[in-house]
Design a binder for this molecule. Structure first.
Ligand code: PHE
Length: 372
């Protein structure tokens, strides 16, 4: 879909009850921030490419134009995500229809690329997750996946079994990458769980006085290799979130800025220049509005955030639960504080009041709650 915008009508059957992708999300498909060489996300992608080009004898094939609309099979089944895993829920993932999702990770492409015969590859792309709203979470963000397959002769002489060999190579490769991006920093490995790797790890670095998670990775489950024509091989895989890293490398305080077309943002970055510190051009004051309602059983914070974003778009900076109680009759009340702020201009009281009224109306109509 190289940079081509997708219209919702082209892919969603009208009023398909299985579709939970709003227009605001459809409008992001095809923007491909990761393919702009002067954008922080593109600059970071290219810097990681450089690392793999210079430090590995075998060339990694690079994919940054794979369609983000994938099947449930690609996104979940092919990477062994269990049938009851939360990530499959409508609350966490955008479903175009019952069999089709907006990929929630670039791991959705592992199996197809293995089947095509690739054994070293990097996949970069936009990924989509339903989530709450704050300065570091946005329903569309970018990931890079790395994957490397080893054939038995590669570890034969090492005195190690294949899994240990792959784990060792993985850690060495990713420590090198972290150093390439952050310079000499303290690092640590934390054991974790992913359905598609075993063992699984997270890499953390000590940066600006705290431990920060940089990526998830591990030794690929044998079952994935076996199903895709690589019996007797081993592999490693990693996935990293580009926004999270770009925010610290470029000092970008709010994840919404990546989507800004304001010259005062875009003009600050140029090709090949990683880590130029972003200079804030405005700190317009936020405006807070509270909203209380009795929830129903089906209420979720992700649904609320989707409705708020549907009305206020990128003018909403944060949606935060500030009070929560259950009365004697067993009814539960939530109070949310919504922070409105534009990064580009100051908002008038009138405009914010209008927004808040529209938000209240939409919340009442769409979420089956009782406003108080
Ligand atoms: N897909 C995982 C995520 O989105 C990251 C990952 C990729 C972990 C590859 C292990 C191996 O969180």
């Amino acid at each position: 879909i190289g940079g081509v915008k997708i219209a919702k009508d082209d892919v969603v059957r009208e009023s398909d009850p299985a579709n939970n992708v709003p227009d605001s999300i459809f409008s992001k498909i095809g923007l491909q921030l990761h393919r702009r060489d002067n954008h922080p996300i593109g600059i970071l992608k290219n810097t990681i490419y450089d690392y793999f080009d210079t430090n590995f004898p075998a060339k990694f094939a690079k994919f940054d134009d794979l369609c983000p609309i994938v099947s449930v099979k690609q996104n979940f089944d092919d990477v062994l995500v269990p049938a009851d895993h939360v990530s499959r829920s409508y609350n966490d993932t955008y479903y175009v229809d019952a069999q089709t999702v907006l990929r929630c990770h670039t791991s959705a492409h592992q199996a197809e690329l293995l089947r095509k015969g690739h054994s070293h590859f990097l996949v970069t792309g936009d990924v989509y997750r339903r989530d709450s709203i704050d300065s570091t979470h946005y329903p569309v963000f970018h990931q890079m996946e790395g994957f490397r397959v080893f054939s038995p002769d590669e570890w034969a002489g090492s005195g190690m079994d294949g899994t240990s060999y792959a784990a060792m190579d993985l850690k060495k490769s990713l420590e090198g990458l972290a150093k390439h991006l952050f310079g000499a920093v303290d690092m640590r490995w934390v054991d974790t769980y992913f359905p598609f790797t075993n063992p699984s790890f997270e890499l953390e670095i000590y940066f600006q006085e705290k431990w920060m998670e940089v990526l998830g990775c591990g030794v690929t489950e044998q079952e994935i290799l076996k199903r895709n024509g690589r019996m007797d091989h081993v592999a490693w895989a990693f996935g990293l979130g580009l926004e999270r890293l770009a925010m610290v490398l470029f000092d970008i305080p709010d994840i919404r800025l990546f989507w800004s077309n304001d010259q005062r943002f875009t003009s600050q970055f140029s090709e090949g220049k990683l880590g130029v510190k972003f200079k804030s051009f405005s700190k317009y004051p936020p405006c807070y509005k509270d909203m209380s309602f009795w929830i129903s059983d089906a209420f979720t914070e992700n649904n609320l955030c989707e409705v708020v974003r549907g009305i206020a778009g990128d003018l909403v900076e944060e949606v935060k639960l500030i009070d929560n109680f259950t009365n004697k009759k067993g009814m539960t009340s939530h109070c949310y504080r919504i922070a409105y702020r534009s990064m580009e201009r100051s908002l008038t009281d009138e405009e914010i009041n209008q927004l808040q009224w529209s938000v209240r109306e939409a919340v009442q109509n769409k979420l089956n709650v009782i406003l108080r």
